[in-house]
Design a protein around this ligand. Structure first.
Ligand code: NAD
Length: 231
């Protein structure tokens, strides 16, 4: 049985990483247009760099919760039959032990050089303008996908969605495309689809099954069921 799991900000909420839409449409007090678009970066790079530097510091203090742990456990059992696709930039899946993770919206811990395109681990606050380790230019930006930019790994994700038997969406509001459309692709190709969320998302009616509750409770329970069905 091949499973694709899509995760969103809700899976990290109980790790103390605030979600985006639950705070009245603001992300840590900022309008998304002011911190998460290429236009914002062009207009006011310092505000954008400071925002992501702060997010990176906050995430460094966060620990995976039982939902991240359960997905890592599922990967240990299923191996290549599980793929986690995350919209999160926090790195908590890897901290929990997951290895088969596609970061469709990039990673806070990585920088992208706007001059040469090289990626490198962030070693200092980007507001301080550290040099790119590859070309030496001081033009690093966070390696995150901003609104209006093309998400990463879309071909690989599409391939996995076409081939999966089960698609689970965890802690995502279903408001950000193309991730919100994955359930339709998976369902069109015959997968069973399930949403695990605190409350129904905007696209809950598209799923075969919906379960409500905090991720730290509903995700480990779902993983137990999947593994019991295989035994
Ligand atoms: P979102 O903030 O739009 O929606 C969060 C969803 O999680 C909601 O549907 C909410 O009901 C649910 N939720 C909240 N607490 C939960 C819990 N304890 N258990 C289960 N579900 C819970 O998130 P999104 O759909 O991922 O879209 C936001 C975008 O902002 C993403 O693309 C992401 O890149 C970015 N973002 C990332 C992080 C992070 O990396 N942790 C945090 C905030 C925003």
């Amino acid at each position: 049985m091949r499973i694709v799991v899509l995760t969103g900000a809700g899976i990290s909420a109980e790790s103390g990483v605030p979600t985006f839409r639950d705070a009245g449409g603001l992300w840590e007090g900022h309008r998304v247009e002011d911190v998460a678009t290429p236009e914002a970066f062009e207009r006011d790079p310092d505000t954008v760099q400071r925002f992501y530097d702060q997010r990176r510091h906050a995430v460094a203090r966060a620990e995976p919760n039982p939902a991240h742990d359960a997905l890592a456990r599922l990967e240990r059992e299923l191996g290549d039959d599980l793929l986690v696709v995350t919209q999160n930039i926090d790195g908590l899946h890897e901290q929990a032990g997951s290895r088969r993770v596609l970061h469709m919206h990039g990673e806070l811990l990585q920088a992208l050089c706007a001059r040469c395109g090289a990626r490198s681990p962030v070693m200092a606050d980007l507001l301080e303008r550290p040099p790119c380790p590859t070309c030496g230019e001081r033009m690093l930006r966070p390696d995150v996908v901003w609104f209006g930019e093309l998400p990463y790994h879309l071909d690989e994700i599409d391939e996995a969605l076409l081939a999966c038997d089960e698609f689970a969406a965890i802690g995502t509001s279903g408001a950000v495309y193309p991730a919100a459309g994955f359930v339709m692709t998976a369902a069109d190709w015959g997968a069973h689809t399930i949403e695990l969320n605190l409350a129904s998302s905007e696209i809950a009616p598209l799923f075969d099954e919906v379960r409500h509750g905090p991720a730290s409770i509903v995700v480990p329970a779902w993983v137990d069921e999947v593994l019991a069905a295989r035994a």
